[in-house]
Design a protein around this ligand. Structure first.
Ligand SMILES: [Zn+2]
Length: 135
């Protein structure tokens, strides 16, 4: 049976999952093609390799109705910077689900931007070294 509410993950869980994934090799040729999604790539449903992706949990706090839109960039990075820190309490990480590629082990984050007439799925791979503790 599928869990209606994915497991809540914190920065430490994310770091552990990402480190596990990075032990699995480079995955350069994996069919998921998510290895290069380092800066919140826009990824329509038809490009999302759903058959390879396994939901690990969510970074979203179920007790918060509207998570903050504040971003965390102490070193002058921007939203789409490949080196931007992964701060789980800040936008957009605070609304992401966490997936793992079952073929190459890569860990990725995914959330959806809702516009007036569109939805935009955004994907970013997780590098353990970029995860920061902000609390
Ligand atoms: Zn893969």
């Amino acid at each position: 049976m599928r869990d209606a509410f994915p497991r809540r993950l914190h920065a430490s869980d994310l770091r552990e999952l990402a480190t596990q994934g990075e032990l699995g090799g480079t995955g350069e040729d994996c069919a998921c093609r998510l290895r290069h999604a380092k800066g919140w790539e826009s990824m329509p449903e038809e490009r999302w390799p759903s058959q390879l992706m396994e939901l690990q949990g969510t970074l979203r706090d179920p007790s918060i109705e509207e998570p903050t839109f504040e971003e965390f960039h102490p070193a002058g990075t921007r939203y789409e910077s490949p080196g931007a820190p992964i701060a789980t309490d800040f936008f957009p990480f605070n609304r992401c689900d966490v997936y793992r590629c079952t073929a190459c082990g890569l860990l990725v984050l995914r959330y959806t931007e809702y516009g007036g007439y569109y939805v935009d799925h955004r994907v970013r791979r997780v590098e353990a070294s970029l995860i920061v503790d902000t609390v």
